[in-house]
Ligand binder design. Structure first.
Ligand code: GLC
Length: 540
Protein backbone atom coordinates (compact mmCIF):
# COMPACT_ATOMS: atom_id res chain seq x y z
CA UNK A 1 0.00 0.00 0.00
CA UNK A 2 1.43 3.41 -0.89
CA UNK A 3 1.69 6.13 1.75
CA UNK A 4 -1.36 8.40 1.67
CA UNK A 5 -0.55 11.90 0.45
CA UNK A 6 -1.57 13.69 3.65
CA UNK A 7 0.86 11.85 5.98
CA UNK A 8 3.64 14.30 5.22
CA UNK A 9 1.93 16.92 3.06
CA UNK A 10 2.66 20.63 3.45
CA UNK A 11 -0.81 22.16 3.48
CA UNK A 12 -1.21 25.88 2.88
CA UNK A 13 -4.08 27.55 4.69
CA UNK A 14 -5.91 30.12 2.60
CA UNK A 15 -8.12 32.68 4.31
CA UNK A 16 -10.12 33.38 1.14
CA UNK A 17 -11.28 36.83 2.17
CA UNK A 18 -7.68 38.01 2.36
CA UNK A 19 -5.90 36.10 -0.37
CA UNK A 20 -6.53 37.93 -3.64
CA UNK A 21 -9.42 40.03 -4.91
CA UNK A 22 -10.30 39.93 -8.61
CA UNK A 23 -13.61 41.84 -8.65
CA UNK A 24 -12.59 44.96 -6.72
CA UNK A 25 -15.07 44.46 -3.87
CA UNK A 26 -12.23 44.62 -1.34
CA UNK A 27 -12.47 40.94 -0.42
CA UNK A 28 -10.61 37.98 -1.88
CA UNK A 29 -12.49 35.49 -4.03
CA UNK A 30 -12.24 32.02 -5.55
CA UNK A 31 -11.07 33.43 -8.89
CA UNK A 32 -8.21 35.11 -6.99
CA UNK A 33 -7.22 31.77 -5.52
CA UNK A 34 -7.14 30.23 -9.00
CA UNK A 35 -4.83 33.08 -10.08
CA UNK A 36 -2.58 32.37 -7.10
CA UNK A 37 -2.15 28.63 -7.76
CA UNK A 38 1.10 28.95 -9.77
CA UNK A 39 2.56 30.93 -6.85
CA UNK A 40 1.59 28.16 -4.43
CA UNK A 41 2.92 25.46 -6.72
CA UNK A 42 6.22 27.33 -6.92
CA UNK A 43 6.25 27.68 -3.11
CA UNK A 44 6.39 23.90 -2.90
CA UNK A 45 3.27 23.08 -0.88
CA UNK A 46 1.29 19.93 -1.62
CA UNK A 47 -2.23 21.04 -0.82
CA UNK A 48 -4.42 23.98 0.08
CA UNK A 49 -7.03 24.27 2.80
CA UNK A 50 -9.62 27.02 2.41
CA UNK A 51 -11.32 28.62 5.40
CA UNK A 52 -15.11 28.83 4.77
CA UNK A 53 -16.43 30.63 1.71
CA UNK A 54 -20.00 29.39 2.01
CA UNK A 55 -23.14 31.48 2.16
CA UNK A 56 -22.87 33.50 5.33
CA UNK A 57 -23.88 36.82 6.85
CA UNK A 58 -20.21 36.96 7.80
CA UNK A 59 -20.59 37.75 11.47
CA UNK A 60 -17.64 35.48 12.30
CA UNK A 61 -15.54 35.57 9.16
CA UNK A 62 -17.71 32.97 7.43
CA UNK A 63 -17.53 30.46 10.30
CA UNK A 64 -21.21 31.31 10.60
CA UNK A 65 -22.54 29.21 7.73
CA UNK A 66 -26.03 29.83 6.36
CA UNK A 67 -25.78 27.17 3.62
CA UNK A 68 -22.82 24.78 3.62
CA UNK A 69 -23.48 23.61 0.07
CA UNK A 70 -23.62 27.05 -1.54
CA UNK A 71 -20.73 29.42 -2.27
CA UNK A 72 -21.34 32.93 -0.95
CA UNK A 73 -21.68 35.39 -3.86
CA UNK A 74 -18.89 37.49 -2.32
CA UNK A 75 -16.49 34.68 -3.28
CA UNK A 76 -18.06 33.51 -6.56
CA UNK A 77 -20.47 30.65 -7.15
CA UNK A 78 -20.54 26.85 -7.05
CA UNK A 79 -19.21 26.69 -10.62
CA UNK A 80 -16.18 28.71 -9.46
CA UNK A 81 -15.64 26.23 -6.61
CA UNK A 82 -15.65 23.39 -9.13
CA UNK A 83 -13.22 25.32 -11.35
CA UNK A 84 -10.97 25.83 -8.35
CA UNK A 85 -10.99 22.13 -7.47
CA UNK A 86 -10.08 21.23 -11.06
CA UNK A 87 -7.41 23.94 -11.31
CA UNK A 88 -5.83 22.89 -8.00
CA UNK A 89 -5.58 19.32 -9.21
CA UNK A 90 -4.09 20.37 -12.52
CA UNK A 91 -1.42 22.30 -10.56
CA UNK A 92 -0.65 19.12 -8.62
CA UNK A 93 -2.29 20.44 -5.44
CA UNK A 94 -4.84 18.65 -3.28
CA UNK A 95 -7.62 20.81 -1.89
CA UNK A 96 -9.50 20.63 1.38
CA UNK A 97 -12.52 22.60 2.56
CA UNK A 98 -13.60 23.70 6.01
CA UNK A 99 -16.67 22.06 7.52
CA UNK A 100 -18.33 23.75 10.50
CA UNK A 101 -20.48 21.17 12.32
CA UNK A 102 -20.80 22.76 15.76
CA UNK A 103 -23.16 25.52 14.68
CA UNK A 104 -24.99 27.14 11.81
CA UNK A 105 -25.53 30.82 11.19
CA UNK A 106 -28.71 32.36 12.55
CA UNK A 107 -29.54 33.04 8.88
CA UNK A 108 -29.70 29.31 8.09
CA UNK A 109 -33.23 28.27 7.07
CA UNK A 110 -33.36 25.79 9.94
CA UNK A 111 -32.79 28.47 12.53
CA UNK A 112 -35.26 30.83 10.92
CA UNK A 113 -37.81 27.99 11.00
CA UNK A 114 -36.96 27.31 14.66
CA UNK A 115 -37.64 30.93 15.57
CA UNK A 116 -41.00 30.84 13.82
CA UNK A 117 -41.97 27.50 15.40
CA UNK A 118 -43.05 26.93 18.99
CA UNK A 119 -41.23 25.51 22.03
CA UNK A 120 -40.98 21.74 21.84
CA UNK A 121 -41.36 21.68 18.03
CA UNK A 122 -39.19 19.52 15.73
CA UNK A 123 -37.73 22.77 14.27
CA UNK A 124 -36.41 23.81 17.70
CA UNK A 125 -35.09 20.29 18.36
CA UNK A 126 -32.29 20.82 15.81
CA UNK A 127 -30.72 23.37 18.16
CA UNK A 128 -30.45 23.72 21.94
CA UNK A 129 -33.53 25.66 23.02
CA UNK A 130 -34.25 25.76 26.78
CA UNK A 131 -36.54 27.60 29.16
CA UNK A 132 -34.83 30.24 31.30
CA UNK A 133 -34.60 30.03 35.08
CA UNK A 134 -36.41 32.19 37.62
CA UNK A 135 -40.08 32.97 37.83
CA UNK A 136 -40.27 34.76 34.49
CA UNK A 137 -37.59 32.68 32.79
CA UNK A 138 -35.30 35.68 32.53
CA UNK A 139 -32.19 33.92 33.90
CA UNK A 140 -30.17 31.92 31.32
CA UNK A 141 -30.44 28.11 31.65
CA UNK A 142 -26.86 27.94 32.99
CA UNK A 143 -23.84 30.18 33.67
CA UNK A 144 -21.64 29.01 30.79
CA UNK A 145 -19.82 31.66 28.81
CA UNK A 146 -19.40 31.96 25.09
CA UNK A 147 -15.82 31.26 23.95
CA UNK A 148 -15.95 34.80 22.55
CA UNK A 149 -17.01 36.28 25.91
CA UNK A 150 -20.40 37.01 27.48
CA UNK A 151 -23.15 34.44 28.12
CA UNK A 152 -23.55 31.59 25.65
CA UNK A 153 -27.33 31.97 25.84
CA UNK A 154 -29.57 34.39 23.98
CA UNK A 155 -33.25 34.79 24.68
CA UNK A 156 -35.61 34.98 21.75
CA UNK A 157 -38.90 36.71 21.29
CA UNK A 158 -41.62 34.21 20.45
CA UNK A 159 -43.84 34.67 17.38
CA UNK A 160 -46.59 36.13 19.61
CA UNK A 161 -44.23 38.84 20.90
CA UNK A 162 -43.64 37.35 24.35
CA UNK A 163 -40.19 36.84 25.89
CA UNK A 164 -39.35 33.28 25.00
CA UNK A 165 -36.87 30.43 25.21
CA UNK A 166 -33.10 30.70 25.21
CA UNK A 167 -30.76 29.10 22.66
CA UNK A 168 -27.18 27.99 23.19
CA UNK A 169 -24.29 29.47 21.19
CA UNK A 170 -20.76 28.61 22.27
CA UNK A 171 -19.50 31.37 19.97
CA UNK A 172 -21.30 34.48 18.71
CA UNK A 173 -25.07 35.03 19.14
CA UNK A 174 -25.25 34.61 15.38
CA UNK A 175 -23.91 31.03 15.67
CA UNK A 176 -26.61 28.81 17.26
CA UNK A 177 -25.17 25.40 18.28
CA UNK A 178 -26.62 22.37 16.58
CA UNK A 179 -28.11 19.51 18.56
CA UNK A 180 -26.17 16.46 17.44
CA UNK A 181 -28.51 14.14 19.30
CA UNK A 182 -30.98 14.88 16.54
CA UNK A 183 -30.44 12.47 13.60
CA UNK A 184 -31.50 15.17 11.13
CA UNK A 185 -28.31 17.08 11.99
CA UNK A 186 -26.05 14.10 11.28
CA UNK A 187 -27.91 13.42 8.04
CA UNK A 188 -27.48 16.99 6.85
CA UNK A 189 -23.72 16.93 7.47
CA UNK A 190 -23.41 13.62 5.71
CA UNK A 191 -25.08 15.28 2.76
CA UNK A 192 -22.61 18.18 2.87
CA UNK A 193 -19.57 15.90 3.05
CA UNK A 194 -20.81 13.87 0.12
CA UNK A 195 -21.77 16.97 -1.83
CA UNK A 196 -18.19 18.26 -1.86
CA UNK A 197 -16.54 14.84 -2.04
CA UNK A 198 -18.61 14.15 -5.17
CA UNK A 199 -17.17 17.36 -6.60
CA UNK A 200 -13.62 16.21 -5.98
CA UNK A 201 -12.39 17.76 -2.72
CA UNK A 202 -9.62 15.79 -1.07
CA UNK A 203 -10.71 16.33 2.49
CA UNK A 204 -11.97 18.60 5.24
CA UNK A 205 -10.73 20.63 8.13
CA UNK A 206 -13.25 20.08 10.92
CA UNK A 207 -14.01 23.28 12.81
CA UNK A 208 -14.37 22.96 16.61
CA UNK A 209 -14.22 19.19 16.19
CA UNK A 210 -14.36 18.73 19.95
CA UNK A 211 -17.54 20.75 20.45
CA UNK A 212 -20.45 18.89 18.95
CA UNK A 213 -21.72 17.07 22.03
CA UNK A 214 -22.77 18.87 25.22
CA UNK A 215 -23.40 17.33 28.62
CA UNK A 216 -25.06 18.56 31.79
CA UNK A 217 -26.65 21.68 30.36
CA UNK A 218 -28.56 22.10 33.62
CA UNK A 219 -25.37 22.34 35.70
CA UNK A 220 -23.46 25.61 36.32
CA UNK A 221 -19.68 25.72 35.80
CA UNK A 222 -17.57 26.63 38.88
CA UNK A 223 -15.43 29.23 37.03
CA UNK A 224 -16.95 30.22 33.69
CA UNK A 225 -14.76 33.35 33.34
CA UNK A 226 -11.59 31.38 33.95
CA UNK A 227 -12.62 28.79 31.41
CA UNK A 228 -13.22 31.43 28.76
CA UNK A 229 -9.75 32.86 29.33
CA UNK A 230 -8.19 29.40 29.28
CA UNK A 231 -9.77 28.81 25.89
CA UNK A 232 -8.32 31.90 24.19
CA UNK A 233 -5.12 31.14 22.24
CA UNK A 234 -3.25 34.31 23.03
CA UNK A 235 -4.57 35.00 26.51
CA UNK A 236 -2.10 35.55 29.34
CA UNK A 237 -2.71 32.80 31.85
CA UNK A 238 -0.13 32.79 34.63
CA UNK A 239 -1.22 29.64 36.44
CA UNK A 240 -0.64 27.00 33.78
CA UNK A 241 -1.65 24.15 36.06
CA UNK A 242 -5.00 25.73 36.79
CA UNK A 243 -5.47 26.40 33.09
CA UNK A 244 -4.80 22.74 32.32
CA UNK A 245 -7.22 21.76 35.07
CA UNK A 246 -9.97 23.94 33.59
CA UNK A 247 -9.37 22.56 30.11
CA UNK A 248 -9.32 18.97 31.24
CA UNK A 249 -13.01 18.80 32.06
CA UNK A 250 -15.32 20.98 30.01
CA UNK A 251 -19.06 20.25 29.85
CA UNK A 252 -19.33 21.38 26.24
CA UNK A 253 -16.03 20.20 24.78
CA UNK A 254 -14.35 16.85 24.25
CA UNK A 255 -17.24 14.67 25.36
CA UNK A 256 -17.20 10.97 24.51
CA UNK A 257 -20.10 11.25 22.07
CA UNK A 258 -18.11 13.17 19.43
CA UNK A 259 -16.12 10.07 18.51
CA UNK A 260 -19.17 8.21 17.26
CA UNK A 261 -19.72 11.06 14.80
CA UNK A 262 -16.17 10.84 13.44
CA UNK A 263 -16.40 7.08 13.08
CA UNK A 264 -19.36 7.60 10.79
CA UNK A 265 -17.54 10.33 8.87
CA UNK A 266 -14.53 8.07 8.42
CA UNK A 267 -16.73 5.49 6.75
CA UNK A 268 -17.95 8.13 4.32
CA UNK A 269 -14.42 9.33 3.52
CA UNK A 270 -13.19 5.77 3.06
CA UNK A 271 -15.98 5.02 0.62
CA UNK A 272 -14.36 7.45 -1.88
CA UNK A 273 -11.23 6.69 -3.87
CA UNK A 274 -8.06 8.77 -3.46
CA UNK A 275 -7.19 8.97 0.24
CA UNK A 276 -9.75 11.59 1.24
CA UNK A 277 -8.90 12.90 4.69
CA UNK A 278 -10.04 15.07 7.59
CA UNK A 279 -8.09 17.13 10.09
CA UNK A 280 -9.55 18.03 13.47
CA UNK A 281 -9.40 21.43 15.06
CA UNK A 282 -9.55 20.12 18.62
CA UNK A 283 -8.26 22.66 21.11
CA UNK A 284 -8.22 20.39 24.13
CA UNK A 285 -5.98 19.39 26.96
CA UNK A 286 -4.07 17.32 27.94
CA UNK A 287 -2.61 16.52 24.53
CA UNK A 288 -3.15 12.79 25.09
CA UNK A 289 -6.88 13.42 24.56
CA UNK A 290 -6.14 14.57 21.01
CA UNK A 291 -4.93 11.12 19.99
CA UNK A 292 -8.49 9.91 20.51
CA UNK A 293 -9.62 11.93 17.46
CA UNK A 294 -7.13 10.21 15.18
CA UNK A 295 -7.64 6.59 16.13
CA UNK A 296 -7.59 4.34 13.06
CA UNK A 297 -11.36 4.51 12.53
CA UNK A 298 -11.74 8.26 13.18
CA UNK A 299 -10.15 11.36 11.62
CA UNK A 300 -6.71 11.38 9.99
CA UNK A 301 -4.94 14.37 11.49
CA UNK A 302 -5.33 16.86 14.27
CA UNK A 303 -3.66 20.26 14.65
CA UNK A 304 -0.89 20.26 17.20
CA UNK A 305 -1.62 23.36 19.24
CA UNK A 306 0.76 22.50 22.11
CA UNK A 307 3.68 22.91 19.74
CA UNK A 308 2.18 26.09 18.30
CA UNK A 309 1.93 27.59 21.77
CA UNK A 310 5.38 26.45 22.96
CA UNK A 311 7.95 29.21 23.50
CA UNK A 312 11.10 29.42 21.37
CA UNK A 313 12.91 27.39 23.97
CA UNK A 314 14.72 24.11 23.33
CA UNK A 315 13.47 22.28 26.41
CA UNK A 316 9.85 23.31 26.00
CA UNK A 317 9.76 22.49 22.30
CA UNK A 318 11.41 19.13 22.84
CA UNK A 319 8.75 18.15 25.37
CA UNK A 320 5.98 19.24 22.98
CA UNK A 321 7.53 17.34 20.06
CA UNK A 322 8.24 14.16 22.00
CA UNK A 323 4.97 14.02 23.83
CA UNK A 324 2.78 14.54 20.78
CA UNK A 325 4.81 12.13 18.68
CA UNK A 326 4.62 9.30 21.19
CA UNK A 327 0.94 9.84 22.02
CA UNK A 328 0.02 9.76 18.36
CA UNK A 329 2.30 6.81 17.60
CA UNK A 330 0.29 4.82 20.13
CA UNK A 331 -2.74 5.08 17.83
CA UNK A 332 -0.73 4.80 14.60
CA UNK A 333 -1.17 8.47 13.65
CA UNK A 334 1.48 11.01 12.64
CA UNK A 335 1.71 14.51 14.08
CA UNK A 336 1.08 17.78 12.30
CA UNK A 337 3.02 20.97 12.88
CA UNK A 338 1.53 24.43 12.75
CA UNK A 339 3.02 27.77 13.73
CA UNK A 340 0.01 30.04 13.37
CA UNK A 341 -3.43 30.35 11.81
CA UNK A 342 -6.28 32.81 11.38
CA UNK A 343 -7.14 32.59 15.11
CA UNK A 344 -3.67 33.19 16.56
CA UNK A 345 -0.94 35.81 16.38
CA UNK A 346 1.31 35.47 13.35
CA UNK A 347 4.52 33.66 14.25
CA UNK A 348 6.79 36.67 13.58
CA UNK A 349 4.75 38.77 16.00
CA UNK A 350 4.48 36.01 18.57
CA UNK A 351 8.26 35.46 18.67
CA UNK A 352 9.03 39.14 18.23
CA UNK A 353 11.40 38.89 15.26
CA UNK A 354 11.81 37.43 11.83
CA UNK A 355 15.11 35.69 12.59
CA UNK A 356 13.54 33.53 15.27
CA UNK A 357 10.54 32.82 13.04
CA UNK A 358 12.91 31.66 10.31
CA UNK A 359 14.77 29.42 12.75
CA UNK A 360 11.53 27.96 14.09
CA UNK A 361 10.27 27.33 10.56
CA UNK A 362 13.42 25.45 9.59
CA UNK A 363 13.18 23.33 12.72
CA UNK A 364 9.48 22.67 12.08
CA UNK A 365 9.96 21.77 8.43
CA UNK A 366 12.33 19.00 9.55
CA UNK A 367 9.83 17.31 11.87
CA UNK A 368 8.18 14.06 10.79
CA UNK A 369 4.53 14.30 9.77
CA UNK A 370 2.22 16.85 8.21
CA UNK A 371 2.88 20.57 8.01
CA UNK A 372 0.48 23.51 7.87
CA UNK A 373 1.59 26.91 6.56
CA UNK A 374 -0.72 29.89 7.08
CA UNK A 375 -0.95 32.31 4.15
CA UNK A 376 1.60 35.12 4.54
CA UNK A 377 3.80 33.10 6.89
CA UNK A 378 6.05 32.44 3.89
CA UNK A 379 6.42 36.22 3.47
CA UNK A 380 7.34 36.74 7.12
CA UNK A 381 4.32 38.97 7.66
CA UNK A 382 3.82 40.36 11.15
CA UNK A 383 0.29 40.93 12.49
CA UNK A 384 -1.24 44.00 10.88
CA UNK A 385 -1.87 46.89 13.26
CA UNK A 386 -5.51 47.79 12.91
CA UNK A 387 -7.31 50.84 14.24
CA UNK A 388 -10.18 49.85 16.54
CA UNK A 389 -12.58 51.62 14.18
CA UNK A 390 -11.73 49.07 11.44
CA UNK A 391 -12.03 45.94 13.57
CA UNK A 392 -14.45 43.21 12.53
CA UNK A 393 -13.88 40.26 14.85
CA UNK A 394 -16.86 39.47 17.14
CA UNK A 395 -14.31 38.75 19.92
CA UNK A 396 -13.47 42.48 20.00
CA UNK A 397 -17.13 43.45 20.30
CA UNK A 398 -18.21 40.73 22.72
CA UNK A 399 -15.41 41.63 25.15
CA UNK A 400 -16.06 45.37 24.75
CA UNK A 401 -12.61 45.79 23.28
CA UNK A 402 -10.77 44.15 26.20
CA UNK A 403 -9.60 41.48 23.76
CA UNK A 404 -8.55 43.01 20.45
CA UNK A 405 -9.49 39.84 18.61
CA UNK A 406 -7.98 38.12 15.62
CA UNK A 407 -8.14 40.68 12.82
CA UNK A 408 -4.39 41.36 12.99
CA UNK A 409 -3.65 37.90 11.57
CA UNK A 410 -6.28 38.26 8.84
CA UNK A 411 -5.00 41.33 7.00
CA UNK A 412 -4.90 40.78 3.21
CA UNK A 413 -1.75 39.57 1.43
CA UNK A 414 0.57 42.03 -0.33
CA UNK A 415 1.34 40.91 -3.91
CA UNK A 416 2.81 43.92 -5.73
CA UNK A 417 4.65 46.65 -3.89
CA UNK A 418 3.98 49.44 -6.40
CA UNK A 419 0.24 48.93 -6.79
CA UNK A 420 -2.67 50.26 -4.75
CA UNK A 421 -3.25 48.07 -1.67
CA UNK A 422 -0.08 46.25 -2.68
CA UNK A 423 -1.93 44.49 -5.46
CA UNK A 424 -4.43 42.72 -3.20
CA UNK A 425 -7.43 44.63 -4.52
CA UNK A 426 -8.21 47.64 -6.65
CA UNK A 427 -11.16 48.35 -4.34
CA UNK A 428 -11.11 49.24 -0.63
CA UNK A 429 -9.74 46.23 1.29
CA UNK A 430 -11.99 44.93 4.08
CA UNK A 431 -9.07 45.43 6.47
CA UNK A 432 -6.37 48.04 5.77
CA UNK A 433 -2.93 46.80 4.67
CA UNK A 434 -0.27 48.49 6.83
CA UNK A 435 2.51 50.30 4.94
CA UNK A 436 5.16 47.89 6.29
CA UNK A 437 3.47 45.12 4.27
CA UNK A 438 4.87 46.78 1.10
CA UNK A 439 8.36 45.47 1.80
CA UNK A 440 6.93 41.98 2.25
CA UNK A 441 5.14 41.99 -1.10
CA UNK A 442 5.50 38.84 -3.17
CA UNK A 443 7.21 40.72 -6.05
CA UNK A 444 9.89 42.20 -3.76
CA UNK A 445 10.54 38.95 -1.93
CA UNK A 446 10.76 37.03 -5.20
CA UNK A 447 13.65 39.22 -6.32
CA UNK A 448 15.56 39.01 -3.04
CA UNK A 449 17.49 35.72 -2.73
CA UNK A 450 17.60 36.16 1.06
CA UNK A 451 13.89 36.83 1.57
CA UNK A 452 11.64 34.70 3.76
CA UNK A 453 9.81 33.61 0.61
CA UNK A 454 12.93 32.22 -1.04
CA UNK A 455 13.96 30.64 2.24
CA UNK A 456 10.57 28.88 2.48
CA UNK A 457 10.86 27.76 -1.14
CA UNK A 458 14.21 26.14 -0.36
CA UNK A 459 13.18 24.42 2.84
CA UNK A 460 9.80 23.23 1.49
CA UNK A 461 11.55 22.02 -1.67
CA UNK A 462 14.06 20.00 0.34
CA UNK A 463 11.32 18.75 2.64
CA UNK A 464 9.62 17.31 -0.42
CA UNK A 465 12.67 15.86 -2.18
CA UNK A 466 15.04 14.78 0.60
CA UNK A 467 14.88 11.02 1.24
CA UNK A 468 14.85 11.46 5.03
CA UNK A 469 12.40 14.37 5.40
CA UNK A 470 8.60 14.45 5.47
CA UNK A 471 7.43 11.28 7.17
CA UNK A 472 10.12 9.28 5.40
CA UNK A 473 12.42 8.45 8.32
CA UNK A 474 12.62 8.20 12.09
CA UNK A 475 13.61 11.10 14.30
CA UNK A 476 16.48 10.37 16.72
CA UNK A 477 17.39 12.91 19.39
CA UNK A 478 21.06 13.90 19.67
CA UNK A 479 23.14 15.45 22.47
CA UNK A 480 21.57 18.23 24.37
CA UNK A 481 23.63 21.27 25.11
CA UNK A 482 21.50 23.65 27.15
CA UNK A 483 19.29 25.71 24.88
CA UNK A 484 20.03 23.52 21.87
CA UNK A 485 17.65 21.15 20.17
CA UNK A 486 19.29 18.58 17.97
CA UNK A 487 18.10 15.49 16.16
CA UNK A 488 18.77 13.28 13.20
CA UNK A 489 16.33 12.30 10.49
CA UNK A 490 17.31 8.90 9.15
CA UNK A 491 21.03 8.45 8.67
CA UNK A 492 21.82 11.45 6.54
CA UNK A 493 20.32 14.63 7.99
CA UNK A 494 21.16 16.41 11.24
CA UNK A 495 19.15 19.35 12.58
CA UNK A 496 20.56 21.74 15.17
CA UNK A 497 18.57 24.65 16.62
CA UNK A 498 20.22 27.18 18.92
CA UNK A 499 17.47 28.84 20.95
CA UNK A 500 19.89 30.83 23.12
CA UNK A 501 20.97 34.43 22.69
CA UNK A 502 24.65 33.34 22.38
CA UNK A 503 26.64 32.18 19.39
CA UNK A 504 27.68 28.57 20.10
CA UNK A 505 30.52 26.37 18.84
CA UNK A 506 29.65 22.70 18.91
CA UNK A 507 31.55 19.59 17.81
CA UNK A 508 29.83 18.13 14.78
CA UNK A 509 30.23 14.93 12.73
CA UNK A 510 28.23 16.04 9.73
CA UNK A 511 30.25 17.48 6.87
CA UNK A 512 28.08 19.91 5.01
CA UNK A 513 25.56 22.69 5.58
CA UNK A 514 22.40 21.98 3.64
CA UNK A 515 20.38 25.02 4.71
CA UNK A 516 20.79 27.53 7.53
CA UNK A 517 18.31 30.08 8.84
CA UNK A 518 21.23 32.46 9.46
CA UNK A 519 23.88 32.91 6.76
CA UNK A 520 26.66 33.34 9.33
CA UNK A 521 26.52 29.65 10.29
CA UNK A 522 29.80 27.83 9.57
CA UNK A 523 31.04 24.24 9.69
CA UNK A 524 34.82 23.83 9.67
CA UNK A 525 37.07 21.01 10.86
CA UNK A 526 34.34 19.29 12.82
CA UNK A 527 33.18 22.46 14.54
CA UNK A 528 29.75 23.98 13.97
CA UNK A 529 29.46 27.68 14.74
CA UNK A 530 25.82 28.57 15.04
CA UNK A 531 24.58 32.13 15.63
CA UNK A 532 22.01 32.97 18.34
CA UNK A 533 18.41 32.02 17.59
CA UNK A 534 19.07 30.01 14.46
CA UNK A 535 18.64 26.55 13.00
CA UNK A 536 20.73 24.58 10.53
CA UNK A 537 20.25 21.42 8.49
CA UNK A 538 23.47 19.43 8.00
CA UNK A 539 24.23 16.43 5.89
CA UNK A 540 26.94 13.77 6.13
C1 GLC B 1 -12.86 27.92 14.99
C2 GLC B 1 -12.40 28.83 13.90
C3 GLC B 1 -12.63 30.24 14.34
C4 GLC B 1 -14.11 30.44 14.59
C5 GLC B 1 -14.62 29.42 15.58
C6 GLC B 1 -16.11 29.38 15.60
O1 GLC B 1 -12.09 28.01 16.13
O2 GLC B 1 -11.07 28.57 13.58
O3 GLC B 1 -12.15 31.17 13.43
O4 GLC B 1 -14.32 31.72 15.08
O5 GLC B 1 -14.21 28.13 15.25
O6 GLC B 1 -16.58 28.79 14.42
Amino acid sequence: MSTPWWRDAAIYQIYPRSFRDTNADGEGDLAGIIEGLPYLQRLGVDAIWLSPFFKSPNRDGGYDVADPRLVDPRFGDNAAAERLIAASHSHGLKIIFDVVPNHFSCDHLWFQAALAASPGSPERARFHFYEGKGEDGSIPPNNWNSVFGGSCWTRITEADGSAGQWYLHLFDTSQPDLNWENPEVAADFEKTLRFWLDRGVDGFRVDVAHGLVKEGISVDHPDPEGLTRALRFDAEFEDKEYRAHLLSNMPFFDREGVHEIYRSWRKILDSYAGDRMAVAEAFISPSSRIARYVRPDELHQSFNFDFMLADWNAAEMRVAIQQTSSELADVGAVPTWVLNNHDSSRVVSRLGDEGKARALALLTHALPGGLYVYQGEELGLPDGLIPDSARQDPVFFRTNGADKGRDGARVPLPWKSAEANFGFSSGKPWLPLPSEYGLHSVDIEELNPHSMLNFYRKSLGLRKSHPDLGARSELTWLYSHEGVLSFKRGESLTVVANTTGEQLSLPEHATQILLASNGDTTLENGLLTIPPHSTVWLSN
